[in-house]
Design a protein. Structure first.
Length: 611
């Protein structure tokens, strides 16, 4: 189906749409006479001024004057285009739409809609297969045992469709090709390695399907469970895809949205397992930003429905940075913010296992207001008994004051600061008026040496230097690197980590230095971030230097292949079997070819260094 939705179809959907039922999915409505009333979802109010007229197929708010048809309502609530809203209502009402390829434009169908639907179908099938492998096969048993030890029930495992991706890297592609998917379609799916498309991107991992608001699988996250942790990132996640935008999506929002609307609050937590633990404990209004950096688009998903945001990020440096950033963003949207301080364990899943759902619920109910959280952080950072400590703490509190909408709130929080730090309100107010922008810090002074120590642990190897050299605001250099080198060719753990981040940026269509740095906002990544900044600022990284770096990586890769071939050759040399002799000749030929390529590369590198 292509082109435009016919006017006759739009008219039919308009007439048959049950606006009360559809709006009622988002807003609790009470009938008064022939009309229905509720609190407006588009602005905060305590008394109902939003009403729906079923006869006129229309809604109107006497408070903020929002109004329109059921299509306008969905466009505003779900950030849809008009065509998407028509298609959504048609699906709800069981109406078959008709399309045309021309004529008067009424509602243009998304030209990528059919392709998006095909990829959603693919991810639905793959996530179902992974779930089957986890729950019904011997190969997935160890992963199933792991999540059951983490306290997850069969019901939760089924609800979130958790799965296991096989160790065999070629299994998935062969399986899908046999089920009539084309190679070119699979190459662009995000499920396979760019360098070696026959290999699955997710291998030997616990799998978390990422669902859209309709509950359809659109992307994946995979957790590392066994092997060498230095050579495998803990999590691999899908980059942006035609059917999935990471910054527009909240994990588990499809399960949480009804509870969010009913409770008028939302829990934002660190990751998949934390979010799932909250749900299993009955706190079903929990979601997780995909990565710790909350986005404006994610806030827009829940802002119309909530009065209160509860933050449940880790207590490490990255988690605290995420908490402070989320506080400032939510406050700028005039949302009340509280912070869940977990005392019974390091994360919600641990509390769930060790203490049970009631304790976790109690921790949520005892969440502290954001100003109390921030002031306690400042007390850790700066002494209250020195003028310098008072001044620095006040300066770092200013961004929070700036984020508040109400002048009364601003003054009250400033007074609260003055009470904690025993200083004059008049002096603090004067400093605030004359303020300069200083960011809030998230790390206590006692952790500063630990941070430096963490940074110092990263030694810049030749591999890491080569990957660092391709970072710029243009993806051309990285494209050259990934044409010859895959992440599997790298031995250095930091080079591998950085390569994966660059790959995510490339797949998301947002390849830039800032995108790379944003993805390095994690615990233990400060040292790598420093190296990236130094590399980008270095005047010595030229295109020629990049080429030499790539050649060096190719050389190391060929040397590794040569070493592996030599071991296999030695193993076969003593065999009298005809098939082994034939294999031996093939391996010797391959080794000779690699040696020739190595000599050529060595000459190229030597010539480059002599110029």
């Amino acid at each position: 189906m292509t082109g435009f939705i016919k006017k006759e179809s739009i008219d039919e959907v308009t007439q048959r749409a049950d606006i009360v039922r559809i709006v009622g999915e988002y807003v609790p409505l009470v009938q008064k006479g022939k009309d229905w009333w509720g609190c407006c979802p588009f602005h905060h109010e305590k008394s109902a001024s939003f009403h729906v007229e079923p006869d006129k197929k229309f809604y109107y708010c006497f408070g903020c004057h929002a109004s329109g048809t059921v299509f306008n309502f969905l466009m505003e609530m779900e950030h849809m285009s008009f065509a998407e809203a028509v298609e959504t209502v048609a699906k709800k009402e069981g109406i078959q739409l008709e399309y045309s390829n021309g004529g008067e434009v009424y509602a243009k169908k998304d030209p990528k809609a059919d392709l998006k639907a095909e990829y959603i179908n693919l991810y639905e099938r793959v996530s179902t297969s992974f779930h089957y492998i986890l729950t019904q096969t011997e190969s997935g048993k160890f992963a199933l045992d792991y999540i059951k030890k983490r306290g997850l029930t069969d019901e939760t495992i089924k609800k979130f469709r958790l799965g296991y991706s096989p160790l065999d890297g070629k299994w998935l592609r062969n399986f899908l090709l046999k089920n009539n998917y084309t190679a070119s379609f699979l190459d662009e799916s995000g499920l396979f390695s760019r360098k070696n498309p026959e290999y699955a991107f997710f291998r030997d991992r616990l799998m978390f399907p990422i669902f859209n608001k309709a509950g359809e699988a659109v992307a994946m996250g995979g957790r590392f469970l066994r092997g060498d942790p230095d050579k495998n990132p803990k999590y691999l996640n899908s980059g942006d895809l035609i059917q999935y935008k990471k910054g527009d999506t909240l994990y588990a929002y499809n399960f949480a949205k009804q509870a969010v609307r009913e409770n008028k609050k939302i829990i934002l937590c660190e990751g998949y397992m934390d979010c799932i633990a909250y749900h299993q404990c009955g706190l079903t209004f929990a979601v997780a930003p995909l990565g710790t950096a909350l986005t404006e688009e994610q806030i827009a998903l829940f802002k119309p429905f909530v009065n209160e945001v509860l933050l449940s990020f880790d207590s490490d440096n990255a988690g605290q940075k995420a908490t402070i950033r989320a506080i400032l963003m939510c406050r700028k949207h005039d949302l009340t913010v509280k912070v869940i301080v977990l005392k019974g364990g390091k994360d919600p899943a641990e509390i769930m296992i060790n203490y049970g759902a009631d304790v976790l619920t109690g921790e949520v109910n005892n969440a502290i207001l954001d100003d109390e959280f921030l002031l306690s952080r400042l007390e850790e950072l700066y002494p209250k008994n020195t003028p310098e400590g008072k001044s620095k703490a006040l300066s770092e509190f200013f961004p929070y004051i700036d984020s508040l909408k109400s002048e009364v709130q601003k003054n009250a929080c400033l007074e609260q600061f003055c009470a904690v730090y025993d200083t004059s309100f008049e002096a603090a107010k004067k400093d605030y008026i004359n303020r300069s922008s200083i960011p809030l810090r998230s790390q206590s002074t006692q952790n500063e040496p630990e941070k430096a120590k963490s940074s110092g642990k990263i030694r810049q190897t030749a591999e890491l230097g080569a990957v660092l050299s391709v970072i710029s605001d243009n993806s051309e250099r990285f494209s050259k690197l990934r044409n010859d080198i895959s992440v599997d060719d790298l031995n250095d753990q930091w080079a591998r980590q950085l390569y994966i981040i660059l790959e995510e940026c490339m797949r998301s269509g947002s390849f830039s230095v800032s995108s790379v740095l944003n993805r390095l906002e994690g615990d233990g990544l400060d040292g790598l971030k420093e190296l990236v900044i130094k590399a980008v600022d270095s005047p010595f990284i030229s295109d020629a230097a990049v080429e030499d770096g790539i050649k060096l990586l190719k050389r190391h890769n060929l040397e590794k292949q040569c070493s592996n071939l030599l071991l296999e050759i030695k193993r076969l040399e003593g065999s009298a079997l005809p098939e082994d002799k034939e294999k031996l000749l093939e391996l010797v030929s391959r080794k000779a070819d690699i040696n020739r390529r190595l000599e050529s590369l060595k000459k190229g590198i030597d010539n480059g260094s002599n110029n």
